[in-house]
Ligand binder design. Structure first.
Ligand code: UDP
Length: 331
């Protein structure tokens, strides 16, 4: 058997999973991708199939996982990750964050592998502390529309820490803030694909609420680099990875209008329930422990992302029209 490091990536066909597959392939790892393709897309990983150091399991990580041979690392990135997705598939969202991580940790224990889990800024809920440090425990509504995601991710962190302290499994936890870039799904309901899709289709841009809520957007390549560094660090507690450059959604719409040159206007829709009012990562820990900070600013990242969306077919663009938010905003 080759002495390549072997890494299992769950959610391999998703936005982040597929970008991680590319990076570990480029670093000459043997990558085992796993995905049940509920929200993942084969198009994201098709180019890897001819490679001898890539294999793919079409499998639901919430069910028992078997991977033959040695395993050095497991990255658990399988999960719906947008409010629209987890409203459509709430039970699967809860299962992948609970049963899914249990399977990954059990496998890690059996194989003596190190696990890194994708957590999220959603563990902070609608935060009362700003910017958010890892020490903040959060302000989450467990029974609100986002509860299935937020609580699954919080449980996932708890389970991971338990395997670390009780079984001595080596674990890493990344809390990912809003991330964007090529391979985001146009119809996942997130603000960036929503706005760019609308601009490309000649529709008005839908700002929810008055647009004063803020987010801080990180370009995917920066995030992937941060994850790589965290995986290879010796730090088992959660680390925020995100870009602290914060912007209101209304201003963000203006940036997309300028970027795309659309002549459409902004229209306002009802603010979804429990939509966080503000979000900005405190990345002091990532700076100190990982010597990491984002390098790609929004202007550059948005340009690259727009190029990707422009390259999609007309058919895909039209298929992606969304806006069925009725359930989301029902109180
Ligand atoms: N948003 C918006 N218009 C859209 C989609 C989203 O104004 O068409 C807002 C949404 O209400 C939220 C922000 O953009 O305040 C970011 O939403 P997203 O779903 O991308 O991520 P999250 O809320 O999970 O950070």
């Amino acid at each position: 058997m080759s002495d390549r490091k072997r890494i299992l990536i769950t959610g391999a066909a998703g936005f982040l999973g597929s970008n991680l597959c590319d990076m570990f392939i480029a670093k000459d790892y043997h990558v085992i991708g796993m995905d049940n393709l509920i929200t993942g897309r084969m198009e994201n990983i098709e180019h890897l199939f001819p490679l001898e150091n890539f294999e793919f399991y079409h499998h639901d990580v919430s069910k028992f996982i078997h991977v033959p041979g040695k395993l050095d690392y497991i990255l658990h990135f399988a999960s719906p990750a947008s409010p629209i997705d987890y409203l459509k598939i709430p039970i699967q969202t809860l299962k992948v964050g609970s049963l899914g991580i249990h399977n990954c940790l059990g496998l890690a224990k059996a194989k003596n592998a190190r696990v890194l889990i994708a957590s999220t800024s959603e563990v902070y809920g609608d935060p009362e502390v700003h910017p958010q440090t890892e020490e903040y425990w959060g302000h989450v509504n467990p029974v609100g529309p986002r509860g299935v995601y937020d609580e699954a991710k919080r449980f996932q962190e708890a389970m991971t820490m338990a395997y670390h302290t009780f079984h001595g499994v080596e674990t890493r936890i990344v809390r990912i803030f809003n991330t964007y870039g090529p391979r985001m799904r146009l119809n996942d309901g997130r603000v960036l694909p929503a706005f760019i899709g609308q601009a490309l289709r000649g529709e008005d841009l839908t700002v929810f609420g008055d647009g004063s809520q803020t987010r801080s957007f990180c370009y995917v390549d920066d995030l992937i680099e941060g994850i790589y560094r965290l995986l290879h660090s010796d730090y088992a507690h959660p680390v925020n990875i995100g870009n602290p450059s914060e912007i209101s959604i209304r201003e963000f719409a203006d940036e997309i209008i300028a970027l795309t040159g659309t002549t459409q206007k902004v229209i306002y829709k009802e603010l979804p329930v429990n939509d966080p009012k503000q979000r900005q990562p405190d990345i002091t820990k990532a700076r100190e422990i990982l010597n990491w900070e984002p390098k790609i600013d929004r202007a550059e990242g948005l340009k690259r992302t727009y190029e990707y969306f422009k390259s999609l077919s007309e058919e895909e663009l039209n298929r992606s029209s969304h806006n069925n938010f009725d359930k989301y905003i029902t109180r």
